[in-house]
Write a protein that binds this ligand. Structure first.
Ligand SMILES: [Zn+2]
Length: 287
């Protein structure tokens, strides 16, 4: 059964570890992430961007697939199904479709409008026992065609949004989506520290987890980050393993063209990446 992310993140913040959000793109992705979470006894958050939701034939298809897998695979660890960077309309659709958690990304609205829309969605989520993530200060890089400039959030604005009753808060601290450029300046720990001081027990979210060095991840967790989003890294691992399979000519041997064989190495690579992240984030054995 899907659960809200509230309890797992409250425990993570108190226990000084983070729960990974791993974005899903298809059946193989979902299976690989759920199986790894179960094997490692780790709570997990499955992230779905609006683009990936569309690709997988809509939110109700996603809910059906994930619920079916939880049953068929006998998954016992807490699993939250979370809309990633949702629009106002997308958030409402996911709530109706049966997601257990949503992110409303109102960071591109003026702060007053972000507050107004976040407040309305907080009300709906509280009523239904769902968790809700809000964002202050756009995360840099590109996410489904939306390009952000890598802003650094204003801690006072973070406090204003946190006070609306959101479950967790994503704040831009110099992090970006996708691969990090060679001249990246690193995370703004001074800002993160200030945000945590103002928002207290609120679990903080770090987007763009791909390519942030392990020591920075650990420091961010020590400063209140309890949810870390991973997307690009699983994609790169899947693509590299699939490339190796094809380049080795394995698809031409016997029934190597069978999709269950063709996609097996890539799926195993996703599992290995998820395992590595769960170990780094400290969520192993916390389910
Ligand atoms: Zn993000």
């Amino acid at each position: 059964m899907l659960v809200s992310a509230k309890e797992m993140l409250t425990k993570a913040k108190a226990g000084k570890y983070a729960v990974g959000q791993f974005n899903i793109n298809n059946l193989e992705w979902t299976k690989a992430i759920l199986q790894t979470a179960e094997e490692l006894k780790s709570p997990v958050i499955l992230g779905v961007s609006e683009g990936a939701g569309k690709y997988m034939c809509g939110y109700t298809t996603v809910v059906g697939m994930v619920n079916g897998m939880i049953n068929e695979l006998g998954i016992t660890v807490p699993v939250a199904l979370h809309l990633d960077h949702g629009s106002y309309e997308g958030a409402k659709k996911c709530i109706e479709a049966g997601f257990s958690s949503i992110m409303f990304d109102g960071s591109h609205y003026p702060i007053e409008e972000n507050i107004e829309k976040t407040k309305e969605l907080v009300g709906i989520c509280n009523e239904r026992g769902l968790s809700i993530e809000a964002e202050v200060g756009a995360i840099g890089g590109e996410e489904d065609g939306v390009i952000g400039g890598g802003e650094v959030a204003d801690p006072n604005e973070c406090k204003m949004i946190a006070d609306l009753g959101v479950t967790m808060l994503a704040a831009g601290i110099g992090n970006i989506h996708g691969k990090y450029p060679a001249n990246w300046a690193g995370l703004r720990f001074d800002v993160l520290d200030e945000i945590q001081k103002l928002t207290g027990a609120m679990p903080l979210v770090l987007h763009g987890g791909t390519g942030i060095p392990a020591d920075m991840i650990k420091k961010a967790i020590s400063l209140g980050v309890s949810k870390i989003n991973v997307n690009t890294e699983c994609q790169l691992a899947f693509a590299a393993a699939t490339r190796r399979y094809i380049e080795a000519g394995k698809d031409l041997e016997g029934k190597g063209f069978d999709p269950r064989k063709l996609l097996a190495d890539g799926t195993a690579a996703i599992k290995a990446t998820v395992k590595e992240k769960m170990e780094l984030f400290g969520s192993v054995g916390k389910a």
